[in-house]
Every structure is written in C-alpha cells, then in structure tokens.
Ligand binder design. Structure first.
Ligand SMILES: [Zn+2]
Length: 391
C-alpha cells in the first residue's frame, strides 16, 4: 500500500511531503515495497493530498473510556477501551491501573496478559503495549482521585508478584519518593521498569534523589504534587535538572492552564514532554455520574470531579489533548512528537510504534489541516472504519 501526497510527520525532519509505503502491516522503504506489491499485483494507493499523516498516538496514562475502565479487570473492558482509543487515533495503549488492593491489581494484570494473548480479528483495536501501575505506592495526602484507603508503602515483593501476574507487561510504575521504602524500590527496580514520580508531596531534594537513583518520568506534572516556588522549587525543578526525566502533561484544557502548558513545553522542550489523556470511563459518554476506582465522579462538559470538587480523570481523548496543546500555542510537530514518539520511548516501545519509520507497525492517522479532524486511522496498515469521529 502507498499513501501519497500527504504532509507526513517525520521525527527527524518535522512535516515533509512524501509517500509512505506499507507492506505486511509495517512501514517499509520504497524499493522493498515496490517489489512486493508488484509480485502480488496492483498496488493499493491512497491519495492523501491536502492532509497531514501522523504516527498513531500512544497513550501511556489513561484509565478508561466509552463506559469501561482498565481497572474493571475484564476482557470486555479492554476490548471496549482499545476499540474506542483506536477510533480516536490512539493506536497504542499502556493503560493505568488505579490504586487498589493487591487482589484487584493481580486480576487487572492477569486480565491484561490474557487480553494481549487474544488473537481477535486485527486490526480493530489499539495495541496493548504495556501496563502503567499508578500506585498503590503513592502519598495518601496527594492521592487526588485515587482512593487513599488502598495506598501502601513501596513494596518490591508486591511489585514482583504483580509483574509475574502480568507476564512482564508492567512498563511504568508511579510512586511517591518520600514514602517508606520508595528509594530502595527505585534503586532495586529501575533497570527492570520505568519509574515515575507522582501523587507526591516531596520537595526538590527528595525528587532529585529519586531521579538520581533511577526514576526517569513524572506523572501528570503539576497535578497531585507541590507547585513551583522560588525557595521550594519542587518536582518541576528537579525534573528540569535531571535531564533524563520525561514529564507527562494532561493537556485537556481542564487539568493545566494553557499558560502553564506553554511554560512546561518551554522548560522541557519537545524532546522530553509527554502528552497523556488521563481519561476515565466517562470519556465519550457525555454528562452524568460514573464510578472511578470505587469513587463517584460527576462529569459536566470537559470537567470530571469527585464529590469534594477534586478534579478526577479527564474525559478528553489524547487526540483532543493534542488539539488543546496546539490551541495553547504548541507547534503541531512538537505536539505530535509528544503524543506519539516520546511516550513510545518512555515505555520502551519505540522499536514497534511511535513514528513512521520502516520496520515499525504501520499505525498512522490522516488529519485535516483545518481543525485537525481525523480523516482515517490505520492499524497495521488496515484502515479502520468509522474512524472520523472527532472527540
Ligand atoms: Zn493520577
């Protein structure tokens, strides 16, 4: 297959006008593709003149959507959320488990592994690239929409039991570095799994120690942590000083002010920022009351709150967050990188997804230049039906 005449996002060059070749579900170099298609007969050509072609987005921090939640721990829930994500241009997912008891987390991890083994009809779903454990090793006083009742100290043995249930699918763990055992946890595990600072009351020094010990990620920068002050610079400044660290940002127009989005991108640059949706089951469902991690959440427009007014997860897809970043003044090529390539790198999945490069899964999205509306989604080179619903 050849997609021709689009303005294609290239990680090294930004947007360039070129043809993209797909064979066997992967992006290929032109020469290789030509031979293969000729051998099989007519080449399928899609004329994408006037459109952008970007890599499929990679959401490494969201909980659910379309009425289902990863923490439901059922195959149906994973099928629902991965189908919805795919329709919205998110071709790879690393959903986040909430802070829950061990038996629930074991079920969630085992369910994800069982789902990953499913050989269901491709390509109607986003690819499951991993699991993000958002807790339970967080700070009870910064639990946000996580249920503080299930918070516990960093526990290497518990992590290993969960990773065993997940058959190695856990790629990212959010923890609070000031809690008992957290530093030892980071030192012991940072070569096995990506570790993220989040839901934390830690100060600059504590955050920097965690980064020096091996943590390399920040969970939803600004949210559920101390702010930046000139004599108490906090996680933001520690992440700035530790150059290997990649911070997430929930850019849904609710969690972070547009001016703070601009500041974060200016501080960290397009090579480090990661856009995440942090969406919950109400995404795509409209206004109403929904259960999130055992707590009721009220949704009105783009705002989802607990009974006490705490902002819960978002109801915006990652593609909606990409548009919000662009509306906040972030260049499109930077926003695309931060919603596709950077998150793929952050969970070690950049060999298979995150950019339009030969050898990777042929996951990509056609966008209109006006409004960045989805005009087509491809997963492993197959065009998804109904993939033009703007969220
Ligand atoms: Zn969170």
């Amino acid at each position: 297959m050849r997609i021709k005449n689009a303005e294609v996002y290239d990680v090294r060059q930004g947007f360039v006008k070129k043809d993209v070749y797909i064979e066997g579900g992967r992006f290929v170099e032109e020469a290789r593709c030509g031979g293969g298609d000729a051998a099989r007969g007519a080449e399928q050509i899609i004329d994408a003149a006037g459109l952008y072609l970007i890599p499929g987005l990679v959401d490494i921090h969201f909980h659910g959507c379309a009425g289902a939640d990863f923490s439901d721990g059922t195959p149906e829930a994973l099928r629902t959320i991965s189908a919805y994500q795919l329709e919205n241009g998110v071709t790879s997912i690393c959903p986040a488990a909430m802070t829950l008891p061990e038996d629930a987390l074991t079920q969630i991890c085992g369910n994800a592994y069982a789902y990953a083994l499913e050989s269901g009809p491709l390509p109607a779903r986003a690819a499951l690239r991993g699991i993000h454990l958002e807790g339970p090793f967080i700070a009870a006083d910064r639990s946000g929409a996580q249920n503080a009742r299930y918070v516990r100290c960093a526990d290497i043995a518990l992590y290993r039991r969960l990773q065993e249930a997940a058959h190695g699918l856990i790629r990212l763990v959010t923890l609070a570095p000031e809690t008992v055992g957290a530093e030892a946890f980071i030192r012991e595990l940072h070569r096995e799994v990506h570790l993220s600072i989040g839901h934390t009351a830690c100060d600059y020094d504590c955050a920097l120690r965690a980064f020096e010990a091996g943590a390399d990620h920040v969970t939803h920068l600004f949210n559920a942590m101390r702010g930046f002050e000139h004599r108490a610079p906090g996680v933001l400044a520690a992440a700035f000083d530790a150059k290997h660290v990649m911070p997430e940002l929930i850019c849904d127009g609710v969690h972070v002010d547009a001016a703070a989005v601009r500041v974060a991108f200016r501080i960290f640059g397009g090579e480090r920022m990661i856009l995440v949706s942090d969406s919950m089951r109400a995404a795509g469902m409209g206004d109403g009351a929904y259960m999130l991690g055992g707590q009721w959440v009220q949704v009105k427009g783009r705002l989802a709150t607990l009974a006490d007014g705490t902002i819960a997860g978002s109801v915006t897809s990652l593609m909606g967050c990409l548009r919000a970043a662009v509306a906040a003044g972030i260049p499109l090529e930077t926003a695309v990188r931060c919603a596709a390539y950077n998150p793929a790198c952050a969970i070690g999945a950049d060999a298979v997804c995150g950019s339009i490069d030969a050898g990777k899964d042929a996951d990509c999205v056609l966008l209109s230049k006006e409004g960045l509306e989805i005009q087509g989604v491809f997963r492993k080179g197959v065009r998804i039906q109904n993939s033009a619903r703007p969220i």
